[in-house]
Design a protein. Structure first.
Length: 234
């Protein structure tokens, strides 16, 4: 199984850089606004349009922003707005708790291809994952909210991550991981073997709020894909 590289970007220039630098998925978010910080809807539409205008057909996902589970109406409204921008997947953060089950039910009934992203700073809820696996989502992800507290591997034991992937794969869905991942985590990721892994911190010079680095993108692509990628320019 080849693990695909998802790269989070916030502008047309970053999206083109990532696409030309070896990314398999383009993920639209605003790092300054939190773990799943949402870009303005107009920006999402502009980035999607620019990628397609350049003949880039890579799948594109976009986050709706960090919204609490009790704000169901707001979540659904933002899913509609982001989905209408032409993205392939709409990512929605799912915080563990009793309200999350109803949120998942509502998301499964909407008209867009939603990928729930389980926020796992305090561990994963196997019952919540199992419920999501019955609802027909195209994929499920696990991520962390506090990027300063370490990586996904600091927050969730490998045994729990393996169980999450097994649940998702048994349901025939894509399984992805993210959470302050760095190049040093590639061996752990290869051992875990998700369908895709999400990166921002690893491909920036400095923290995840800094600009993307063409050299770091190319180096990560080599590690994940096993072949050289020329450093891209926007």
């Amino acid at each position: 199984m080849t693990m695909r590289m998802l790269v989070s970007v916030r502008s047309v220039d970053e999206a083109l850089l990532a696409a030309r630098g070896g990314a398999d998925f383009i993920d639209l978010k605003e790092p300054n606004e939190g773990a799943l910080g949402g870009l303005p809807v107009a920006t999402i539409g502009t980035v999607v349009g620019a990628l397609r205008a350049h003949g880039i057909s890579l799948p594109v996902s976009a986050t709706i922003g960090d919204l609490p589970m009790h704000a169901l109406d707001g979540i659904l409204a933002q899913v509609d707005a982001v989905g209408a921008c032409g993205v392939d997947y709409v990512k929605v953060g799912i915080e563990r708790g009793p309200e999350a089950f109803a949120v998942l039910d509502a998301l499964a009934a909407c008209n867009w291809p939603v990928v729930p992203v389980f926020i796992a700073d305090h561990g994963l809820d196997a019952a919540l994952t199992a419920h999501a696996c019955t609802l027909g989502f195209p994929g499920l992800m696990v991520d962390t909210a506090d990027k300063q507290a370490g990586s996904l591997f600091d927050a969730v034991p490998m045994v729990e991550l393996r169980a999450f992937l097994a649940q998702v794969r048994a349901a025939g869905r894509m399984a992805g991981v993210a959470g302050a991942l760095r190049t040093a985590h590639v061996p752990l990721l290869q051992s875990l073997a998700p369908d895709f892994a999400g990166f921002r911190s690893a491909v920036c010079v400095g923290d995840r709020k800094a600009a993307l680095s063409p050299e770091r993108l190319a180096a990560l692509a080599v590690l994940l894909h096993g072949e050289a990628v020329e450093p891209a320019s926007a």
